[in-house]
Design a protein around this ligand. Structure first.
Ligand code: SF4
Ligand code: SF4
Length: 135
């Protein structure tokens, strides 16, 4: 992705194309985030402020202005990330934090986690294709 890849209609079309992927990510992550994010103390979201929400595509200032940015905690709020999933950085969308990883392994074993990771990787690949289409 270049610095300002998706302007105007192109950006709208890009977000529309991304919607099914975001919905699937939400169905995989939302219940885990609802359970784990509010009590997160070993957060790998914690460096969010330092890493500026992991944006590498020039959207950080825009997101900061629109959603607010805590100088200590970045976009991490008391109930997890305050950004709508659609607008998060790619790194955040596909990262499986340790707490989530442990929780899935506890619930479904290593095989369950391997399947989960496979799904996430497949969605990341689809995202990559869409990104290249709307670049
Ligand atoms: S995604 Fe993981 S690291 Fe981030 S707040 Fe939730 S449990 Fe913590
Ligand atoms: S998921 Fe949200 S809170 Fe966590 S690092 Fe990314 S932008 Fe920050």
């Amino acid at each position: 992705m270049n610095q300002h890849p998706k302007e105007g209609n192109n950006r709208e079309a890009y977000y529309r194309a991304l919607e099914p992927i975001i919905q699937e990510l939400a169905s995989l992550f939302d219940h885990l985030c609802a359970e784990l994010c509010p009590s997160c103390t070993i957060s790998c979201c914690e460096p969010c402020a330092r890493e500026k929400g992991y944006y590498q595509d020039g959207r950080f200032e825009e997101m900061k202005a629109q959603y607010g940015f805590n100088p200590q905690k970045g976009f991490l709020g008391p109930n997890g990330c305050i950004l709508p999933r659609l607008y998060r950085s790619k790194r955040c969308l596909y990262h499986i934090c340790l707490r989530i990883q442990f929780s899935i392994i506890k619930e479904s074993g290593p095989e369950g986690f391997a399947k989960f990771k496979e799904k996430i990787n497949r969605l990341a690949e689809q995202h990559h294709i869409i990104e290249n289409t709307y670049r």
